[in-house]
Design a protein around this ligand. Structure first.
Ligand code: ADP
Ligand code: MG
Length: 696
C-alpha cells in the first residue's frame, strides 16, 4: 500500500494522475469501475463489521457476529476426524473455541498459548460450548482502544484487499471534493443529509448507527445519494434529448394518397389505439429533427400496420425506409407482409438477409443504392458497410431490445452516407411494456407511443399450468386441436448451459411427437437450421400444411399465424416472464378459442420459478407481467442494449426510490432552465465521462 500524500490532492479527478496510486492498483480499481477520485468516494460498502465493542464471552449469543478479547490458553492441531487447528480463548467471563480447518504454520505461531487476541466471527454453540470457525483475529495490547467507527466491507476484486480499499477511500474522503453541487436548501427541504455527511456516515458509520438500515440501503444517507444519482440520470437524458433536437432530419409532409390507399385495401379497420399512435408518429415525422420514438404494444396489438403507415409517409415524400428485425423468420414475415401491402401501390420493396446468395444480394444492394427500392426489409445484414442507401429517411427497428447499440447506431448513420441529412427518423418497436418507473428514468429521453388495446374479435387466451406427469392429457389436447383444423406449437425447453443440448432436445421431441401423432403432419424449426430451411418450414406452417410445429424459442418474436390456437411450452419453469409472455402471444391471434399449456417439472420447483408461473397464469396483461418481471429481476432485462448507452443506476433502486423520481424530474427541468452551472457540476460528479456514452 503506497502512502497517499496530500500533494496528490491537487489532482482531484483521474486516479491515473495520482502518483501514489500505482498502475497495478489503478488497473484493479478500474475493474471495479473506479477511474476517478469521485469513483472512490462513491464506491459504497456492501456491509459492515462491528469492531467498536468487545463482548464478554458469557454474554455471547448464538448466530450473532461478535468481537471478543482474551488470551489463548490452549492450542492444538487435531487430526481426527479431520485436520484442524483448535484453540481455547479465555476472558474474565468464560471460554470459547476457535476452529481453523485451513491454516498456515504462521497461524499456529500467532495462535499459540499466551497470545492476547481480539477475535471477530460468527458465534455458534458447539459440543464444547461457544465456538467460532475461521474468525478474524489480531494480536493486541491489553489496553488497545476499540475502533471508533463500524468497519465497512466493500465490493472488491482479486488483488485488492479490503485494507487497501479502505485506505484509498478514507484518503478520498479527506482530499476529494465533497462540496454540494446544488443549493443546500434543495436537500434540507427534503430532510436529506449533506453529501459530505452522507458519505461519511456510509464509509465510517458511528458505533450507534443502525447497521441494518445501512445494509438495507434504507438509511437517509443512501436516499440522499440515490436522489443525486437519479437527478444526474435525468439531467443527462434531458440534455441528450435537447441535443438531438438540434440535429437535422428531413421533414415529411403528411401523406395524402398512399396511407389512404393502404387503409382502404385492408380487411380491417384500425383500432382507436392504432389511430392514436399513428397520429403521434406522423406528427414527429413532420419535424425537421430526427424522431426517436418507441412504439410499444402488447403482442398482437398490431404494430406492423402502424410501421407501414409511417413508412408510407416517408416514401410519399420521396425518401427511403428501412425495416429491421432481429431474426430471419421475423424479417421474412415483415417482408412478405410489406410486399403484399405496398406492391399494389407500386412501391418496390427489397429484401436483404445474411443467407442470400451473391447474386440475390447484389441485386438487392443495387435496388437500395439506386433508390429504386423505397422500402428495404432485412435482418442485421442491413448494417453492413456495402449497404448504401440513396436517401434513407426513416429507420424502423422491430423488437428493439434485441439489437446492440452499435448496430442501431450504424443503421442511423446510413442516412449520413446519403450526404443530405445527419440522421434519419427512428421508430423502435417493442412488445415489452416499459413499467412507469423505467419510462421515467432509463427511457426519459425517448418519446413513447403505446397501443393499449388489442384488435377486436380475438377470443381470450386460456393459460393452463400442467405438471409434466400429465403429458398424456396434453397430447390429447394437441390432437384434438389439429383434428378441428387448427394448428399448434410445441415449444422445446430452453437449455441455457448448452445450445447443442437444446438442439438435441428439439430433435428428440420432434421424433417422439412424430411417433405419438402418426396421423398429423409435424414440422421442426430451430435456430441452427439454414435460413432457407427455416423459411420453408415456416411457409408450410403458415399455409396450414404443417399442423404441429415443434420449435425452439426462435419463434419467440413476431411470428404471426392466426390459425394456430394451441401452444405447449415445455419446461416453462425455466423461462423468464417476458419470454413466456412473448411465446404465448403467438397464439390467440385469430377468432378461435386459444390456449397455452405450460408444462412444468414440479420436482424441484424453485420459489422464483413458482412465482413466475403464478404470474403468467394469473395475468395476460403484458403490463402487469412486465411490472412483476421488473420486481423479480431488476431492470437489466428490459433495458437490453440501453444498458450500455444510458447511465446505469448503481445506488438508486427504482422500486424503493420511486417516490424520488417525480421530485427529481421537476428539479431537473428547473435546474436546466435556471442553473446550468449547478447542472454541469452535478453531472461532472456523477457521470464524469459517462456523458459521451449516452448515444442511444
Ligand atoms: P404485433 O403488434 O405483435 O407486431 P401484428 O402487427 O403482427 O402485431 O398484428 C397481429 C395481427 O393482427 C396481424 O395478423 C394483423 O394483420 C392483425 N391486425 C392488426 N391490426 C388489426 C386491426 N385493427 N383489426 C384486426 N386485425 C388487425
Ligand atoms: Mg410484431
Amino acid at each position: 500500500m503506497p502512502t497517499l500524500t496530500n500533494q496528490d490532492s491537487t489532482v482531484l479527478s483521474k486516479l491515473a494522475d495520482i502518483k501514489a496510486i500505482t498502475k497495478p492498483m489503478q488497473a484493479r480499481l478500474q475493474k471495479l469501475g473506479i477511474t476517478h477520485l469521485q469513483g472512490l468516494l462513491l464506491h459504497l460498502p456492501l456491509r459492515y463489521i462491528d469492531e467498536t465493542r468487545i463482548t464478554p464471552i458469557r454474554a455471547l449469543r448464538s448466530g450473532e457476529q461478535a468481537q471478543v478479547e482474551g488470551e489463548i490458553i490452549q492450542a492444538e492441531v487435531q487430526y481426527k476426524p479431520r485436520k484442524a487447528l483448535i484453540c481455547r480463548l479465555q476472558d474474565d467471563t468464560g471460554q470459547i473455541s476457535l476452529r481453523f480447518l485451513h491454516f498456515y504454520p504462521s497461524q499456529i505461531n500467532a495462535l499459540k498459548v499466551g497470545a492476547h487476541l481480539r477475535v471477530l466471527g460468527d458465534v455458534r454453540g458447539g459440543f464444547f460450548g461457544w465456538e467460532m470457525v475461521h474468525p478474524q483475529y489480531r494480536a493486541v495490547r491489553e489496553d488497545e482502544p476499540v475502533l471508533q467507527t463500524l468497519t465497512p466491507v466493500y465490493p472488491t476484486t482479486a488483488g485488492l484487499t479490503q485494507g487497501t480499499l479502505r485506505k484509498c477511500i478514507t484518503w478520498a474522503l479527506s482530499y476529494g471534493d465533497l462540496d454540494e453541487t446544488l443549493p443546500t436548501s434543495t436537500y434540507a427541504k427534503l430532510g436529506l443529509p449533506s453529501f459530505k455527511d452522507a458519505l461519511n456516515s456510509l464509509h465510517h458509520p458511528l458505533p450507534d448507527a443502525d447497521m441494518h438500515a445501512l445494509e438495507d440501503r434504507a438509511a437517509p444517507a443512501w436516499r440522499r445519494l440515490a436522489f443525486d444519482e437519479l437527478l444526474a440520470q435525468q439531467l443527462s437524458m434531458r440534455k441528450h434529448h435537447a441535443r438531438r433536437r438540434r440535429v437535422g432530419a428531413p421533414a415529411f409532409k403528411p401523406s395524402r394518397t398512399l396511407i389512404t390507399a393502404l387503409l382502404k385495401s385492408l380487411p380491417f379497420a384500425l383500432t382507436a389505439a392504432q389511430q392514436k399512435v399513428a397520429l403521434e408518429i406522423g406528427r414527429d415525422l413532420e419535424q425537421s429533427h430526427p424522431m426517436q420514438r418507441l412504439l410499444q404494444g402488447d403482442v398482437g396489438s398490431g404494430k406492423t400496420i402502424v410501421a407501414a403507415m409511417a413508412a408510407l409517409q416517408a416514401i410519399e415524400n420521396g425518401w427511403q425506409v428501412a425495416i429491421m428485425a432481429p431474426t430471419e423468420i421475423l424479417a421474412e414475415q415483415h417482408y412478405k407482409k410489406m410486399q403484399s401491402w405496398l406492391s399494389p401501390l407500386n412501391i418496390e420493396v427489397a429484401w436483404l438477409s445474411g443467407s442470400q446468395n451473391k447474386k440475390q444480394r447484389d441485386a438487392a444492394l443495387e435496388l437500395i443504392v439506386s433508390g429504386k427500392a423505397k422500402l428495404v426489409v432485412g435482418t442485421h445484414a442491413l448494417f453492413q458497410e456495402q449497404v448504401i442507401f440513396a436517401k434513407l429517411g426513416l429507420a424502423i427497428v422491430d423488437e428493439q431490445h434485441r439489437f446492440g447499440v452499435q448496430q442501431r447506431l450504424s443503421l442511423r448513420q446510413k442516412g449520413e452516407k446519403a450526404g443530405t441529412i445527419k440522421e434519419p427518423h427512428q421508430l423502435m418497436m417493442t412488445a415489452t411494456p416499459i413499467p412507469r418507473t423505467l419510462s421515467m428514468s432509463y427511457y426519459a429521453d425517448l418519446d413513447v407511443s403505446v397501443i393499449d388495446e388489442l384488435p377486436p374479435g380475438r377470443s381470450p387466451l386460456a393459460t393452463r399450468l400442467v405438471s409434466n406427469e400429465r403429458r398424456e392429457e396434453v397430447l390429447a389436447r394437441v390432437r384434438e386441436a389439429c383434428m378441428e383444423g387448427r394448428q399448434a406449437y410445441w415449444v422445446c425447453p430452453l437449455i441455457e448451459e448448452s445450445e447443442a443440448l437444446q438442439l438435441q432436445t428439439a430433435m428428440d421431441t420432434y421424433e417422439t411427437l412424430q411417433v405419438s401423432f402418426p396421423d398429423l403432419r409435424v414440422g421442426l424449426v430451430h435456430g441452427r437450421m439454414k435460413a432457407s430451411e427455416k423459411q420453408a418450414v415456416m411457409q408450410e406452417f403458415t399455409a396450414g400444411v404443417i399442423q404441429l410445429l415443434v420449435a425452439t424459442t426462435v419463434i419467440e418474436v413476431g411470428v404471426d399465424v392466426p390459425n394456430a390456437s394451441l401452444m405447449v411450452i415445455e419446461h416453462a419453469e425455466r423461462m423468464g416472464l417476458s419470454q413466456l409472455h412473448q411465446l404465448r402471444g403467438r397464439v390467440g391471434r385469430g377468432a378461435a378459442k386459444s390456449a397455452c399449456i405450460l408444462l412444468y417439472q414440479s420436482k424441484p420447483l424453485s420459489e422464483t420459478a413458482r412465482a413466475r408461473l403464478k404470474i403468467i397464469y394469473e395475468s395476460n396483461d403484458g403490463f402487469e407481467i412486465a411490472k412483476a418481471d421488473l420486481a423479480l429481476r431488476g431492470p437489466g432485462e428490459f433495458l437490453g442494449v440501453r444498458q450500455s448507452g444510458v447511465p446505469m443506476l448503481k445506488i438508486a433502486d427504482l422500486e424503493r426510490d420511486a417516490d424520488l423520481l417525480e421530485i427529481v424530474q421537476k428539479l431537473a427541468d428547473r435546474l436546466l432552465s435556471d442553473d446550468p452551472q449547478a447542472v454541469e457540476k452535478h453531472l461532472a460528479r456523477w457521470l464524469m465521462h459517462a456523458e459521451e456514452l449516452v448515444k442511444v
